[in-house]
Structures are given as structure tokens and as C-alpha cells.
Design a protein around this ligand. Structure first.
Ligand SMILES: [Zn+2]
Length: 271
């Protein structure tokens, strides 16, 4: 056994052992003998049982004749190419997340009085996002589903007129981004969300949504292990698809690498 291991080590060193180690996280290589001890350097793994990488394994290109999808697909993005996700058709630059994936739950708090302003800010609930960000959310949802989990959205795109309403209620820059400055939500690039289990029950994240205080901070480790683990699941799922969190709100994530304009578009309330 030892000799075998030694041989492998020698072989790995000869091939540039360091690279082998680094890459093992990204490529689920089939040929790495003896790398079972390697995928340790990432804290991510422990929270997402069964998956070895934060992102779902890339779907194989579907070699069928999709006569319906005759529209040219946009130039390569690193968005998921899930065959059952049609290219989102944007309305006024936004797509409706529940049309893309109806399994994503909505609890748009600002369309109710159950928010920190105690007022209904939105005329009706909806989760709109820029297409690229929306597809990233769908990708995260698919990855979580494999572990019996899912996303629940508290807030997505926030039209500037609604941001103004929020500001009118709470004109305090500690809690609300001034409309003139513009929130990432008003760019359609930010989400407030949590994770639910298969029955729809929210995982314990330590505080409710929009709790303003140290307990909600993501650098606060003075919380039960379970809470920290749940937050890590959320963070890992979101970072894997290109979102990044902020220090003061465990529920907030902004999509990276994109600069979309602030928008005044308000979705209609049909019924
Ligand atoms: Zn937010």
C-alpha cells in the first residue's frame, strides 16, 4: 500500500503535483488516483452533501433538432445552459424569475405590511431581475434542489419609484439607500433571499429578514453552529453563480461583473 502511494506521489510530483491539487476542485477529473484526500481546502463542501462542487455539473449539450429554438442564442455567457431553461424574454430589460423557474418561492415583503416600514411599499409582488442575474438564480435553485433545498425571494428588482416610497417612509441612509444614489436592487442586480427546505420551511438564519443589527452581520460568528452552517449554504450557493454578499445583511446578494442602469420601470399589477 505504501509503495503504491509513494509511486503515486512520485508520479504526481513529476507531473507538477501542485497543479493537480488546485485543479481537483474545479474539474471532477476521473483519473486522479489518490486525490480523495484533496478536496478539503474549501469549506464549501461540507454543507452541500453529495455535490462535490458548488455548481451543478454542466449539462451535456443536447444534440437534438430543436426547430422551435431557431432564434440564435446569445453569445456565450457563463450562464447555465440548462436545456429546459428557455432564453428569458425580457420585458423592459427584466425577466420574471417565477416564469423562468416556478419552483422558486416568493415572499416579497415590501408588497405586504410585514416589513420594517410596516407599510405596503409595492403595489403587488413580483421578482424581476436582469436576464443574466435571473439565469444565475435559476442555476442556484437547481443546485440547491439536488439537496432538497430551494430559494425564497424576499426582494428582487426594486423600481426607483418604489425606492422613493421606501425613502419617504424611512429617510435614513443607514437603512435605505437614497433614491438619488440608487440601490443595486433598482438596477435589477440584487436579491434578498433565504433558503427553504423541501416543505418550504425557512432554514434558521439567526435573524428575520431586514433585522438591522449585529446578529444579521455575515462576519458575526457568535451564532449557533447551525445558523452559521445555513448561512454558509446560502453564501456558497450564491457565490457559485456569480453573486456576492455584503457584510451587514445575510440575505442580500448583488450580481457581480455587470453594471446595469437604474430603472424606473414598474411591473403591472394585472389582477
Ligand atoms: Zn437587498
Amino acid at each position: 500500500m505504501r509503495i503504491f502511494t509513494l509511486l503515486i506521489l512520485l508520479f504526481a510530483t513529476a507531473c507538477g503535483g501542485n497543479q493537480v491539487e488546485k485543479k481537483s476542485d474545479e474539474t471532477q477529473s476521473t483519473t486522479e488516483v489518490g486525490t480523495d484526500q484533496i478536496p478539503s481546502s474549501e469549506e464549501k463542501k461540507e454543507d452541500l452533501p453529495e455535490t462535490t462542487a458548488p455548481a451543478p455539473s454542466p449539462p451535456k449539450p443536447k444534440a437534438t433538432t430543436d426547430e422551435k429554438n431557431s432564434a440564435p442564442t446569445p453569445p456565450a455567457q457563463n450562464a447555465p445552459l440548462n436545456t429546459n431553461v428557455t432564453a428569458p424574454s425580457a420585458v423592459n430589460g427584466f425577466v420574471n424569475i417565477t416564469r423562468l423557474d416556478p419552483s422558486i418561492r416568493l415572499d416579497i415583503k415590501y408588497a405586504t405590511t410585514d416589513n420594517f416600514t410596516k407599510s405596503k411599499i409595492y403595489d403587488c409582488p413580483a421578482c424581476l431581475l436582469r436576464p443574466e442575474a435571473a439565469q444565475a438564480i435559476v442555476k442556484a435553485q437547481k443546485a440547491l434542489k439536488k439537496n432538497g433545498l430551494g430559494l425564497k425571494m424576499f426582494d428582487c428588482y426594486r423600481p426607483r419609484p418604489y425606492q422613493q416610497r421606501l425613502w419617504d417612509k424611512v429617510p435614513n441612509p443607514d437603512y435605505v439607500t437614497p433614491p438619488a444614489k440608487g440601490s443595486m436592487h433598482s438596477r435589477g442586480a440584487a436579491v434578498d433571499l433565504t433558503i427553504v427546505d423541501a416543505s418550504g420551511k425557512e432554514l434558521d438564519m439567526g435573524t428575520p429578514y431586514d433585522f438591522f443589527g449585529r446578529e444579521a452581520h455575515t462576519d458575526n460568528n457568535n451564532l449557533p453552529q447551525k445558523v452559521l452552517a445555513n448561512r454558509r449554504i446560502l453564501r456558497v450557493a450564491m457565490e457559485a453563480v456569480g453573486f456576492k454578499g455584503i457584510r451587514t445583511e445575510w440575505w442580500h446578494f448583488s450580481y457581480q461583473n455587470k453594471e446595469w442602469p437604474l430603472s424606473d420601470y414598474v411591473w403591472p399589477c394585472d389582477n
